[in-house]
Design a protein around this ligand. Structure first.
Ligand code: SAH
Ligand code: SF4
Ligand code: F3S
Length: 456
């Protein structure tokens, strides 16, 4: 039997896509292989969000090039966000990557996954793989994720949409993943039901702008969600998932939402649904209106502030984290200072801070100047990170001497690790087998990125 090895980079969406690929490859009769050196097929599921992410992929592919010199029939596939269009080594429409990667046989855009088998046969006609009917797969979302990486079977990621219509000027995603398309609600529910049946307690819904589920242009045109007149599709989905609480689903999280679609309906749902948690990751990107405008973020800081105010009014102890880009085109010292101030004002408890990295083909690349020197980007990153650490500490300390509910995701001997409802990592000891259970833990110590406590 032929074997495959998948190397995954980037965000949860890519990890979820890799699980979809596993299902597909196993249906072709291939089996997984832990060591890439012995696999017959190596797949790189790439990320393109920053130059660093691409560089990492290129250096790994270089190693495989060396391997391929010895192993002539090794098949190398590159997919994920570095690919704009599917093609094989023999296609006339060669992707720009081919000249840069001698080892590459197939470039595959992830939503074209159903055509992988035929591309593989094009390269190796004698390849012994099962036949799969491409036409039977309307879109790649119909291939279910294998969920093989959730060995503990306590928590799982479920993709609900792919692509993005927002076109932030710095971002590659609308180009790499294409237009936003939502998965059918019945399919999502069916997948979640199965997960709950095998004991999954926490489900994280994922999408590029997860809360615009069902609102993208393509979804509107298809009329897929026309029956939901008053209710937003995302809220309807959260309500349906909440019904699975009776069957054992305890927690539903989602990432990443976009501020534009943080409606009152959604905030209300977060406050009242049993499976909703007091935690939200809501990317703001900058605390300055002019910068937000240049980024084509479709809200002002006043509107963002209003959302947070409403959330805190309904869910008083909610924990909020964010994403911020420093050193975007034209960002002045004054604009950056506003981001620092806003960060403090919003009392974010965590953030992913990125230094702006120009991406080929984006609006910022075509019409703006990447004019902030590397040194300044770095300085701003450190300055904001300093604040982040200070604020994060405060976010952890507020749980000292309190009892929090922890979903145990990992148990090594007596050491149990899990997350609280507020998404804080918690560690404690227990002689009992607690994997997959939600247990009360009294917090006795707040470390920099960890809470420690005792089972109550
Ligand atoms: N859809 C999400 C973000 C997805 S990308 C949203 O709209 O918030 C994840 C994060 O990568 C972004 O939030 C942003 O902070 C960062 N990012 C995206 N493009 C970038 C670029 N060109 N340079 C630096 N950081 C970038
Ligand atoms: Fe990128 Fe903006 Fe879409 Fe997020 S909303 S994926 S940052 S274009
Ligand atoms: Fe990277 Fe694509 Fe995710 S660019 S961050 S893998 S959506």
């Amino acid at each position: 039997m032929k074997t495959y090895h998948i190397k995954t980079y980037g965000c949860q969406m890519n990890y979820s896509d890799s699980e979809r690929m596993e299902t597909y490859l196993q249906a072709l009769g291939l089996s997984p292989c832990k060591d890439y050196k012995t696999a017959d097929l190596i797949i790189f599921n790439t990320c393109s969000i920053r130059q660093k992410a691409e560089d990492r992929v290129f250096s790994e592919i270089y190693k495989v090039e060396q391997l391929k010199k010895k192993k002539k029939d090794l098949l190398v596939v590159v997919t994920g966000c570095m690919i704009r269009k599917s093609s094989s080594r023999y296609s006339t429409e060669r992707d720009a990557l081919f000249p840069r990667m001698a080892a590459l046989d197939i470039a595959l855009r992830i939503d074209e996954l159903p055509s992988l088998a035929s591309l593989m046969r094009e390269i190796q006609p004698a390849l012994d793989i099962e036949a799969i009917e491409e036409e039977s797969l309307e879109d790649y979302f119909q291939i279910n994720a294998s969920h093989s990486s959730h060995e503990a079977k306590t928590q799982a990621f479920v993709a609900i949409s792919n692509g993005c219509d927002k076109f932030c000027t710095y971002c590659i995603v609308p180009y790499s993943r294409g237009r936003e398309k939502s998965r059918k609600m019945e399919d999502i529910i069916a997948e979640c039901e199965k997960l709950v049946e095998i004991g999954v307690k926490e489900i994280t819904l994922i999408g590029q702008t997860v809360n615009s589920y069902g609102l993208g242009k393509a979804d509107e045109e298809s009329g897929k969600f026309a029956n939901l007149k008053e209710k937003e599709p995302f809220v309807a989905l959260l309500e349906k998932l909440d019904l699975l609480h009776e069957k054992g689903l305890e927690r539903v999280r989602f990432t990443s939402p976009h501020p534009q679609d943080m409606s009152d309906q959604l905030i209300e749902a977060m406050a009242v649904l049993k499976t909703q948690m007091p935690y939200l990751h809501l990317p703001v990107q900058s605390g300055d209106n002019r910068t937000l405008k240049r980024m084509n973020r479709t809200y002002t800081i006043e509107q963002y502030r209003e959302i947070i105010k409403k959330l805190r009014a309904k869910i008083p102890d909610i924990s909020i984290s964010t994403d911020i880009i420093v050193g975007f085109c034209g960002e002045t010292d004054e604009e950056f200072e506003k981001t620092l101030k806003f960060y403090e004002e919003m009392a974010f408890e965590h953030a992913y801070i990125a230094q702006y990295s120009q991406r080929r083909g984006t609006t910022a690349d075509r019409f703006m100047k990447d004019d902030i020197p590397q040194k300044v980007k770095k300085q701003r990153w450190h300055k904001l990170n300093f604040l982040l650490v200070k604020m994060a500490e405060r976010g952890y300390k507020r749980f000292l001497n309190k009892t929090v509910n922890v979903l145990v995701e990992n148990q090594n001997g007596k050491t149990c690790m899990g997350r609280s409802e507020h998404f804080k990592a918690v560690q404690f000891n227990s002689g009992r087998k607690l994997l997959g259970q939600i247990v009360p833990v009294k917090i006795t110590r707040a470390r920099e990125i960890l809470l420690e406590g005792e089972l109550v």
